[in-house]
Design a protein around this ligand. Structure first.
Ligand SMILES: [Mg+2]
Length: 271
């Protein structure tokens, strides 16, 4: 087996659903660092939030934010130029999703047409988002700096299918994450992973791509990689919306499952 790149969800996967701790995954993270394996966050979180977590996790490199809204690649990461918008620090952003203004407008229209009560980040108060996510301070502000993906709640979770159909008719996608429903325009985590996988493969055609996640919004990642793992949710069950054959099931919750997935890779892969 050749080199390895791991695309990983954060919330409920590498980070504990409630405490956001990654302590249980640390031995696996250390192992990957020693073996020079790229760990690429693929999350519904915003760019600012992911940057903060990458500093804490001590991982560097590209990441996918807001459910595939865009990919960020550090300067000179790949030994060839990458098409995208270049930021002040030289990093490249490949935008895949509709802007948040368009997404919020569409969500309001869909909810109005269907007569379904929804509540998105765009209309929630800071306190409300804090209560729902458990985030405070800087992390809370970072979570509100959305550019492509709108998290929202549906009253009583009724009419989800109708919203999904109306979204699809407009070329938008509705996914369910660990806490919220998410609406985004024309992007998903899998599409963003494919963009990065293509770049990595151009650098080295022998790379094996791995995906790790916990929710329905990770299924598109599982479909875009060579080998995938799903971890348990805090209640000890697997997300029933993930098809049985979409990913290997590891019997550990969140970051503990993450560690087990990495151990499984090394056990069978002969790295
Ligand atoms: Mg998750």
């Amino acid at each position: 087996m050749g080199p390895l790149v791991i695309f990983t969800d954060l919330d409920g996967t590498l980070l504990d659903h409630e405490s956001y701790s990654f302590r249980m995954a640390l031995p696996a993270l250390d192992l990957l660092k020693r073996r020079n394996v790229a760990v690429v966050p693929v999350s519904s979180k915003t760019a600012s939030e992911i940057r903060m977590w990458m500093r804490q996790l001590q991982i560097e490199g590209p990441f996918v934010f807001e459910n595939g809204g865009a990919v960020v690649i550090p300067p000179n990461y790949f030994p060839f130029p990458v098409e995208g918008s270049v930021g002040a620090n030289g990093e490249v952003r490949v935008s895949l999703g509709l802007s948040i203004e368009g997404v919020r407008r569409a969500l309001g229209e869909i909810a109005g047409e269907l007569g379904i009560a929804i509540r998105g980040f765009g209309v929630m108060t800071t306190q409300e988002i804090s209560d729902l996510t458990g985030l405070t301070g800087l992390e809370l502000s970072f979570s509100m700096m959305r550019e492509y993906d709108e998290p929202f709640l549906i009253e009583g979770d009724r009419g989800v299918d109708l919203i999904g159909e109306a979204a699809a008719a407009r070329g938008l996608s509705l996914v369910r994450g660990g806490r919220f429903f998410h609406l985004s325009g024309g992007c998903d985590k899998g599409k963003a992973v494919k963009v990065l996988a293509e770049l990595y493969s151009r650098m080295d055609p022998d790379i094996t791509f791995v995906g790790i996640g916990d929710s329905q919004n990770d299924v598109s990642v599982f479909e875009a990689v060579d080998r995938s793992f799903v971890v348990l949710r805090p209640d000890g069950t697997f997300d029933p919306r993930i098809p049985e054959d979409a990913a290997e099931r590891v019997k550990g919750i969140g970051p503990q499952g993450w560690r087990m997935a990495v151990e499984a890779l090394f056990a069978d892969g002969g790295f």
